[in-house]
Design a protein around this ligand. Structure first.
Ligand code: FE2
Ligand code: FE2
Length: 189
């Protein structure tokens, strides 16, 4: 396999970085495959609920689809908990970051904040403030995030729900991750 000449990045030349760009483009093309693999792994994560994290994710996406949400929102509902696997304490931020180059600012914000909005349903049982979401009450996406949680997320723990199969959602995931990524996200503009 072709490799760069440098051992420290500061010594790399144009030829080295052009070579790396070729590898990176190929790797980026595989993002959807890797995301789907992580989604499938949620079958065995976090016990205690009546359904697996994967089933929960599929239910949330099924509800979004049945509510005629736009495709990127359905995919966001499907992937909103993928961060659970490696960041159980701040999973929303990971899930949102994965989607961010390919979705609108609104979709990104909803996924990023859903964990805090979702805490409305349980924080008081642990002696914490359930209304933390209120600090965003004047934010333009406040209602959207509240609806995401109330209509698709908090209610998707039902073992008897008529969940749509993962294979129905896979082409949607590929379509979203095939989009031209937002330059401002990956260049940090
Ligand atoms: Fe979540
Ligand atoms: Fe969730």
């Amino acid at each position: 396999m072709e490799k760069v000449k440098f051992i420290e990045m500061k010594d790399g030349d144009k030829e080295d970085y052009e070579l790396l760009a070729k590898f990176e483009d190929k790797y980026i093309e595989g993002t959807a495959d890797r995301v789907i693999r992580i989604l499938k792994s949620l079958e065995s994560s976090l016990g205690g609920y009546k359904v697996s994290r994967l089933e929960h994710s599929l239910q949330a996406a099924s509800r979004a689809l049945r509510d005629q949400a736009e495709e990127e929102m359905v995919v966001a509902a499907l992937l909103h908990d993928i961060g659970d696997e490696i960041a159980p304490l701040n999973h929303s931020e990971i899930s949102a970051a994965v989607l961010r180059p390919f979705v609108s600012e609104k979709t990104h914000w909803i996924v990023q904040k859903h964990g805090l909005f979702q805490s409305y349903y349980f924080n008081h049982h642990y002696g914490h403030d359930r209304n933390l979401r209120d600090k965003y009450k004047d934010h333009p996406f406040f209602e959207n995030t509240l609806n995401f949680c109330s209509r698709w997320d908090q209610n998707s723990f039902d073992p008897n729900y008529d969940t749509i199969d993962l294979k129905e959602f896979i082409p949607m995931v590929y379509r979203i991750f095939k989009r031209e990524p937002h330059k401002h996200v990956y260049l940090g503009l």
